[in-house]
Design a protein around this ligand. Sequence first.
Ligand code: FMN
Length: 197
Amino acid sequence: MSNLPAGLTSLLSRRSQKMVRAPAPDAAQMRQILQAAVCAPDHAALRAWRFALVEQQDVAALTELAIAAMRRSGLEIKPEKEKNMRNWLAQVPLLIGLAYKIQHDNDRVPEIEQTLSMGAAVMNIQNAVHMLGFSCYWSTGLGTYTDDVPEALGFDTLDYRFVGFLAVGTPISPLEPVQRMDAMSLTHVWKPTPAPQ
Ligand SMILES: Cc1cc2nc3c(=O)[nH]c(=O)nc-3n(C[C@H](O)[C@H](O)[C@H](O)COP(=O)(O)O)c2cc1C
């Protein structure tokens, strides 16, 4: 990959890393990372993206809140899973809660496009995190699909779609390069059907 532009080398080497610890990006780096998010494509400039930063000293409170919310919503959490979740989050130095303000009846921008724009924003965040030498992991565990977790973060579920958390920090163990599939195996070239003779 040595002849590639640095940006592309970075895109091609990104991988998720769940187990992260401090340091997280500092305030100036976080500003750059979030600025990358708002460069995402955005049909009709809805500016729907929203982010809630949960700093390390508050991750434990969020963990308790999420576990209680999951139980209240009827989700079964096995003791082993709860233990793993607590162990993971005990070290995470920053969570970014990810949401977008939904417009149910926008004539120009169907909901799928609003969702895609949010996905693009989150991808830009993940790439910016990687480019700055940190790692992250997108999780829709932690009570993402309850009402209580998004609402606790300021995202009333009548107005917002909450799409989970990014755990951001420094990888606990060195990242091994990951083997990706050949994109051309997913790709075909379309040709028009020849007109009948
Ligand atoms: C919207 C979304 C939600 C995800 N939620 C989870 C999750 O709750 N648990 C999980 O193990 N992986 C989850 N993943 C997958 C990881 O974030 C990650 O992408 C996956 O482990 C593959 O790693 P890679 O990004 O290096 O290819 C989710 C991915 C996306 C796009």
